[in-house]
Design a protein around this ligand. Structure first.
Ligand SMILES: [Fe+2]
Length: 392
């Protein structure tokens, strides 16, 4: 590997992991000087008893719950974020605690901006690097192992007015504390476990081959790839196995650190387009596109794919770099098929309601996606169509 010309690593999040930590993190809250947390969650989290599990720990730790907003919808939006910020301000709370998947976490990140800064979320703050000061402390307790949002500086929020998903990228929205407890993910159904896990795997693989990859992001990406490919199948098969769940939580968080120090690429670009045009869930879209996106990129970063073959245990010293790279991609295909078998994860576009007539619009949206500029090979319209056809 060449010595990098420039590399940067910045990770302000305290990460704690352990079975039971989601109902016992008083020390960390006290260190952050939090006394009156405001909880953000959704109805499913409440119904599954996960909200009570966290609340019990907080109240027995002597914390006063300032308020609870547990109505974040599956696909949150700017109007929900404004409601959360208003509720937070009215209760005089001093910190956010987000309990949930990507939608809950990103809503809390957005609400934190408005609660601290005031103004209009979309007009004043969408984009990157706009904030100038620290927000309220944000604690995140993920209930999926996938998005990595518990350690990233990004939030994606749907704006009803422009009908687009807006990105907010800022170091000040990075959570202060991530609480990883396998008890919080053990009730996830196999299919959600599978597509969340493949989303995390895609973060790690794209971070590893992207143009912004550095030795720092590689370190996290490699470990994440190794952990996720070793544990996702079993986490789908044996949902209440806290060992498998625990490893998946760690793997997804490491993948989050990897891609927030590198970037995603063509797979996420097309996945975002599939989400916008056909409402294909993000992780499913990534699972379908990943092997074909890797094939598209193979010749642009053969040395990285060769290294990937070592991580995946299929490296053969008698073969060329390119041939080993191909073996890595075949291994990922085989891995996804195994995961699909135990979870029902769809692996073809035709199985998720995408039609060939949609390809032109998907292509257009993918080419406009912010991630594709970091892809190691230039993303062309023909390239996107080739991938879509192969994935059909
Ligand atoms: Fe993702």
């Amino acid at each position: 590997m060449d010595l990098p010309e420039f590399a940067m690593f910045f990770q302000p999040t305290i990460i704690i992991f352990g079975k039971g930590v989601a109902s016992d993190f008083s020390n960390e809250l006290s260190e952050l000087k939090i006394a009156r947390p405001f909880i953000v969650a959704d109805k499913v989290i409440r119904e599954l008893g996960l909200l009570d599990y966290v609340l019990k720990g907080l109240t027995s730790g002597g914390f006063e719950i300032a308020g609870i907003f547990d109505e974040v919808p599956q696909d949150s939006s700017t109007s929900v974020v404004v409601k959360i910020a208003k509720a937070f301000t009215e209760t005089n709370a001093d910190a956010f605690v987000a309990i949930g998947g990507g939608s809950v976490i990103d809503s809390a990140k957005g609400a934190n901006i408005i609660a601290k800064m005031g103004g209009d979320l979309v007009k004043d703050y969408s984009g990157s690097g706009i904030l100038t000061k620290h927000l309220f402390p944000l604690v995140v307790i993920p209930t999926t192992a996938g998005t990595g949002s518990e350690v990233t500086n990004a939030a994606v929020i749907y704006d009803e007015e422009s009908k687009t998903k807006l990105e907010f990228i800022d170091r000040f929205i990075t959570p202060d504390l991530a609480v990883l407890d396998p008890n919080m993910t053990k009730t996830l159904p196999p299919k959600v476990t599978a597509f969340s896990g493949i989303d995390a795997l895609t973060h790690a693989i794209e971070a590893f081959v992207d143009i912004d990859a550095t030795t720092f992001s590689d370190m996290f990406a490699k470990e994440a790839i190794s952990i996720i490919t070793s544990h996702l199948e079993n986490a789908c098969k044996n949902g209440d196995d806290l060992e498998e769940r625990g490893w998946m939580s760690i793997g997804a968080t490491l993948a989050g650190i990897a891609f927030s120090h590198s970037e995603c690429g063509i797979v996420h670009g097309i996945a975002h387009a599939l989400g916008a045009v056909n409402r294909v869930p993000h992780g499913i879209a990534n699972a379908i596109i990943l092997p074909y996106g890797m094939e598209y990129n193979l010749e642009a970063r053969p040395e990285k794919f060769d290294e990937l073959s070592k991580i995946l245990g299929v490296y053969d010293k008698h073969l060329s770099i390119l041939e080993n790279g191909k073996r890595a991609i075949e291994k990922i295909k085989e891995f996804e098929e195994r995961v699909s078998k135990v979870s029902g994860l769809p692996l073809k576009l035709r199985d998720v309601g995408v039609k060939k007539e949609d390809f032109a619009l998907i292509k257009e949206k993918a080419l406009q996606d912010g991630t594709v500029i970091y892809n190691p090979r230039e993303v062309t319209g023909d390239g996107v169509l080739e991938i879509l056809n192969e994935a059909f």
